[in-house]
Design a protein around this ligand. Structure first.
Ligand code: 8OZ
Length: 356
């Protein structure tokens, strides 16, 4: 029987165990650069089988929140190299999460104060975290058909930057109502070109991004995160979520990606918010399957032992327990999360959670 604590081969990577640190936005990157504290934060968590970094914007337009790091400039690559070196020195593995927020942004983060881009010109009902607290997101501009290849290319270029920065892999952020989700869901995408309308058309952008990334750095280093039913960031339910995400999984299957990472239910919340057959989607994909969302030790052990998942990603528990893998092994108590220190701030609630 497969075990949560056993090594696993994931595409081009061999992981020490099947416990993954989920991507977690912490908004502590001054100048859009991961700093000294980030080096320590990730180093402390290097016993994860795989760390997935916080979302890193692939281009200036991809940013939507204060102090989130980028992965598109020389300076950003150099700053991330210090993080990946620290994780590797501890024997860990780390993937960069490649993020484009689309319409979940504010003009204050956009080059020359321009409108954020999306599949649509309709604004999300939502807020973003800025220097002056939470503010409503700005009205976006719909990307023209002709502009889309450049955005796809930005994902591939960012993946190359991630390799240069020493990351072992990348995870494209296709979840939580950000740009890829804005194309996939018919509740948001109101286009009438080749990127809107039918399921095949709405899946096209995601499939093109993953094809470009896999071509740039190798499919065995390329993963994708999806969240078929989450309502995060005003992502209304797709009218045929099961058919849509089964189709996406099926289209990605021949690429031979390192993994598909699926948030089950409402990200960070109700796992049963809407019916969805994740195993059906998994069969459409056929590759390594990572699950996430509120997993306890017992749920994770069972999911891996019973073959429902190959890997389990933990988010909040990894913030408050840098030695989460050891604690899960020992069935030791977990420290609670301090929500007040999640976003922004200093070492408090970041690098000061003790290990056993
Ligand atoms: C919390 C705050 C800001 C961003 C996501 C990247 O939901 C995020 C995020 C989460 O995927």
């Amino acid at each position: 029987m497969p075990n949560l604590f056993d090594p696993i081969q994931l595409g081009s990577l061999t992981l020490a165990n099947r416990i993954v640190m989920a991507p977690l936005t912490r908004s502590r990157s001054k100048g859009l650069l991961p700093g000294e504290m980030a080096v320590e934060y990730y180093r402390q968590r290097a016993t994860a089988g795989l760390i997935i970094s916080e979302g890193t914007q692939i281009c200036p337009e991809g940013q939507g929140y204060l102090d989130t790091p980028g992965i598109h400039s020389r300076e950003q690559v150099a700053a991330w190299k210090r993080v990946t070196d620290a994780v590797h020195a501890e024997g860990g593995k780390i993937a960069a999460q490649l993020w484009h927020v689309g319409r979940i942004s504010h003009v204050m983060f956009q080059p020359e104060g321009r409108a954020p881009v999306s599949s649509t010109a309709r604004a999300a009902k939502g807020q973003t975290f800025t220097g002056s607290g939470f503010v409503p997101v700005s009205e976006p501009r719909a990307l023209s058909t002709e502009e889309i290849p450049a955005v796809v290319a930005s994902f591939a270029r960012a993946a190359e930057c991630a390799m240069e920065a020493g990351f072992d892999a990348v995870e494209v952020h296709g979840a939580n109502g950000y740009l890829l989700d804005q194309f996939m869901r018919d509740s948001i995408n109101d286009r009438s070109d080749d990127y809107g309308g039918s399921i095949a058309h709405r899946a096209r952008f995601t499939v093109e991004v993953m094809t470009a990334v896999a071509t740039a750095i190798g499919p065995g280093r390329s993963g994708l995160r999806l969240s078929p039913v989450t309502p995060s960031n005003d992502a209304g339910p797709d009218s045929q979520a099961q058919a849509l995400f089964n189709h996406v999984a099926e289209q990605l299957s021949p690429l031979g990606l390192a993994f598909l990472h699926v948030v089950e239910g409402q990200t960070g919340g109700d796992r049963d918010i809407a019916p969805f057959d994740y195993q059906a989607m998994r069969r459409c994909f056929g590759g390594p399957w990572m699950v996430n969302n509120g997993y306890t030790r017992e749920m994770a052990l069972k999911a891996v032992a019973e073959g429902q998942a190959d890997l389990v990603a933990f988010g909040r528990d990894f913030i408050s327990n840098p030695d989460l893998v050891r604690r899960l092994r020992l069935n030791a108590a977990l420290q609670p999360l301090d929500r007040a220190t999640l976003y922004g701030g200093d070492a408090k609630g970041y690098t000061d959670y003790p290990s056993l």
